[in-house]
Write a protein that binds this ligand. Structure first.
Ligand SMILES: [Zn+2]
Length: 98
């Protein structure tokens, strides 16, 4: 039920011509990107995955650190970007202060 007719929207993840989401899921750049590139069915897949992650890791979703964690995993899941789940973030190598 997007603003545009469904046949114009092609999902950047699954490549199907699906339905665009009705609105951006987050009020930030990533949310806009999801809105522009991801179809509703891929988003539903992510919501299921997100619930698994929250349950598995016992995340407190009111904690901003949890949001960063979920955003990182969202990028992996929807955009195939970033480090893999449960791997050490080597991009921060050398910058971590113990
Ligand atoms: Zn899709």
């Amino acid at each position: 039920m997007g603003l545009f007719s469904g046949d114009k929207f092609e999902c950047g993840r699954c490549g199907r011509k699906g339905e665009q989401m009705a609105f951006a899921p987050f009020p930030n750049e990533l949310g806009a990107r999801v809105y522009n590139e991801i179809c509703q069915s891929c988003w539903k897949e992510w919501l299921q995955k997100q619930n698994q992650l929250i349950n598995h890791f016992g995340l407190d979703v009111s904690n901003p650190d949890s949001h960063d964690f979920l955003f990182d995993n969202l990028k992996i899941f929807l955009f195939n970007e970033g480090v893999q789940l449960a791997q050490i973030d080597t991009s921060k190598e050398g910058s971590v202060e113990w």
